[in-house]
Ligand binder design. Sequence first.
Ligand code: NAD
Length: 431
Amino acid sequence: MAQKVEAAPFKGFAEADPDQANPWKIAQRQFDIAADALGLDPNMARVLRECKRQLIVTFPVLMDDHTIQMFTGFRVHHNVDRGPAKGGIRYHPGVTIDEVKALAMWMTWKCAVVGIPYGGAKGGVIVDPKRLSRNELENLTRRYTSEISILIGPDRDIPAPDVNTNAQIMAWMMDTISMHAGHSVPAVVTGKPLGIGGSEGRPEATGRGCMLTTIAALKHLGIRPEDATVAVQGVGNVGYTTAKLLAQAGCKVIAVSDSNGACYNEDGIELDEVVREKELTGRLRQKICKFISNEELLELPVTVLVPAALENQIHAGNAHRIKAKVICEGANGPTTPEADEILHKKGIFVIPDILANAGGVTTSYFEWVQDRQGYFWKEAVVNEQLESILVDAFEAVVHYAESHGVNNRIAAYMLAIDRVAFTIKQRGIYA
Ligand code: NAD
């Protein structure tokens, strides 16, 4: 049982100003900015700036030493007007209800910006999974699933992996729901292993989306991938795939990090060697590699910076020192609104999270469609459909930003909010 604890998401910045770093306040501020720019009807704005449902569960888990320990988890629906709620499950000691609410709201906008028929949800459990054995992790997952089963289901709410959750955890969730139903219910979660209804291409989909939108941004700015350098904060599921695919597209990856710090080599790093060393020694390492901090990584003079760890990494305190030309937000909420303004003034091209990392939910949508049809697509079909949706969404956001004189994030929010508001208007507000 490993004892390493990941860094808390808001350390340092949160201590300086907890309210400024509260993700829910940030999500609402971002919404207000875009709703104002859109001239959104104030009645509609009041509906959309709140979450529809918040479930808090405190539940027992049988530990290996035969004691029972209590854990707290959440599942939040922000909006379900465009379709069932969709959003990941996060296991982290720093999870809070406000973080889950923010992530649920961002999911609503993310699904709308790429035009898939879902609303926004998110879930989480306050736990450091690295302190649990595999058996304890399974017990926790099954009991949490059982607790939130009053909300989830293929037509109601479909969870997926997020920070510290993976295909195995989705398999346990799917099995728990299926055991209670008395038959297999594969479409209740996405991001499952292939053999039980997962989709080809899903494990890499979020990073693939980051790569596709980054390449589109470089093309838009007239920069050849071969001339681009890349730094990635958080070489996990999203960050690793983004780095790997950008390297395959011709970019030079010069730094990657985990919660312990970054490995940097201005001549380019051997990604697989670095990650293999982490598996063996627990640290990102390479023969010729300088160790720098996560803060230093963010400030490297690279073409592309990919924050792919947690929220609030780029804030008013460091935004003016960011030197990247393009920021591809692999993580959800890595940039605060104050930092956004600074980046915009500096002319940095930001691919906002709700667009940059939408590849995951888009391929989750494909997985759900395949599960419901019982007909599975080849990987090339999945990747082709993903590219078509993401490149169209990228072009729509950039066009909207240019034609309305706003930054890419506000443009993405305006497009998304307008789509959700249009649906609600058609359905009518049942008040
Ligand atoms: P992960 O757990 O696989 O990877 C997270 C990585 O971040 C790890 O390498 C970890 O060491 C590193 N990290 C943790 N704390 C850090 C810190 N303080 N500083 C630097 N690095 C740190 O998680 P993931 O699934 O890759 O998710 C990463 C981000 O992407 C999250 O914001 C998540 O919400 C978002 N996201 C994930 C998906 C998905 O499909 N997995 C989809 C959309 C968005």
